[in-house]
Design a protein around this ligand. Structure first.
Ligand SMILES: C[S@@+](CC[C@H](N)C(=O)[O-])C[C@H]1O[C@@H](n2cnc3c(N)ncnc32)[C@H](O)[C@@H]1O
Length: 371
């Protein structure tokens, strides 16, 4: 059977998610604002959850129809084969979103969808009372330009939750964004990689997982493992296959450091939980004391942005030091995510390429010095 999946993508990373989908072997892919659609089968649902490094979550499209009125929404929802997806004891919370649509009251839309599902299930199971104490099936109704898309979340916790970062430092970056920064740098593990502002270690750990071809979801579970119509063996088979695909040899060490010794300890513990501590060499040092021995490599970092009062001067010096390191090591490319608009001026050179990305809510640029 064919399914349409929506891999939700962080703003600015839609094309990265779409490229990942291609690399994972999906062929029917459509890129939209904030999401990538994929046509696939049940194996694809499992594979996408296990393997996507940059997508936020994987939604399964249950239905899509025009909805200008509450009646349209009710009837369109009721027409879907809910009893094929939801067992009699299923728990099915309904969340919602609405954008550029006549049906703009999200709570009202959620309640209409819930009622329509209950109506359909009542007819199918011949009962009016649903205990909702079984497996959870999170439903979402999304209205965009008066088209209702009804989806089922197959991930559960967001895909950035890989399971290794049980504690995080002061300003940790989402694992999905860290993976995207690595992928955008075109580094594949063949040269040195250094993050001199490693904090809780996210960029270095994601780089190690990527280079060793470790499926990012290998050490966590997904809500769809509880769905009755997805055979449990599909998850087991996909995990077994992923374990067989781990690359054990020819891996270049990854270097990660930070001025804060506590952060480095934490990063080390996170890397151990991710199973990549043997691939990452951590050290405590300030950027100005960094030692670079390899002739070629990639520096990826997320330094402080200096948005707080009194920090700007320190941050300016930090960026100047980065610019000097780039001049001293021309064989190294540099990829810096910063929300500081004066970054290039302080670094001393305009970036060869820039890309607007969001680190949480902060608008940043990914400054890329590749030449
Ligand atoms: C935005 S955080 C990085 C967060 C990291 N990407 C993560 O996911 O946890 C910036 C880091 O730069 C470090 N830092 C600040 N000044 C530094 C310096 N002069 N040299 C090295 N690290 C520095 C801070 O200790 C902090 O951990």
């Amino acid at each position: 059977m064919e399914y349409t999946l929506i891999a939700t993508a962080p703003l600015g990373l839609e094309s990265v998610v779409a490229n990942e989908a291609r690399r994972l072997g999906f062929t029917e892919i459509q890129t939209e604002n904030g999401r990538v659609r994929i046509q696939t089968d049940l194996e694809g649902v499992v594979k996408s959850n296990l393997w996507f490094r940059t997508a936020d979550r994987i939604l399964l499209v249950l239905g899509e129809f025009p909805a200008y009125t509450f009646d349209d929404l009710f009837e369109g929802t009721r027409a879907l084969p809910w009893d094929e997806w939801l067992a009699e004891d299923a728990k099915f919370p309904v969340s919602g979103r609405s954008h550029k649509s006549q049906l703009s009251s999200v709570p009202a839309c959620q309640s209409i969808v819930k009622k329509a599902i209950v109506k359909k299930l009542s007819d199918a199971y011949m009962t009016n009372w649903f205990q909702e104490d079984g497996a959870t099936y999170p439903i979402e109704v999304m209205l965009l330009n008066d088209i209702a898309t009804i989806t089922l979340d197959t991930s559960g916790a967001g895909l950035h939750k890989r399971g290794y970062r049980t504690e995080a430092g002061a300003a940790p970056m989402k694992e999905t964004l860290a993976a995207a920064l690595v992928i955008l740098s075109r580094w594949h593990g063949e040269r040195a990689l250094l993050d001199p502002f490693c904090g809780s270690g996210t960029i270095a750990i994601e780089a190690a997982l990527y280079a060793a071809n470790i499926a990012p979801g290998l050490n966590r579970d997904f809500i769809s493992e509880q769905f009755e119509w997805i055979p449990k063996r599909l998850f087991k088979e996909a995990r077994d296959a992923a374990r067989d695909q781990i690359k054990q040899t020819d891996l270049h060490p990854i270097y990660a450091s930070d001025i804060d010794a506590k952060a480095v300890n934490l990063a080390n513990a996170n890397a151990a939980r991710a199973g990549v501590d043997s691939l990452v060499q951590f050290s405590t040092r300030a950027l100005k004391n960094i030692e670079i021995v390899e002739e070629r490599g990639v520096l990826i970092g997320n330094p402080p942005y200096g948005e707080r009062m009194g920090e700007a001067n320190e941050v300016r010096q930090l960026y100047e030091t980065l610019g000097k390191i780039k001049n001293q090591h021309p064989g190294w490319s540099m990829y810096i995510l910063s929300g500081q608009p004066l970054f290039e001026r302080w670094f001393g050179k305009a970036a060869d390429k820039r890309r607007k990305l969001y680190n949480g809510r902060i608008e940043c640029q990914y400054y890329q010095y590749t030449k």
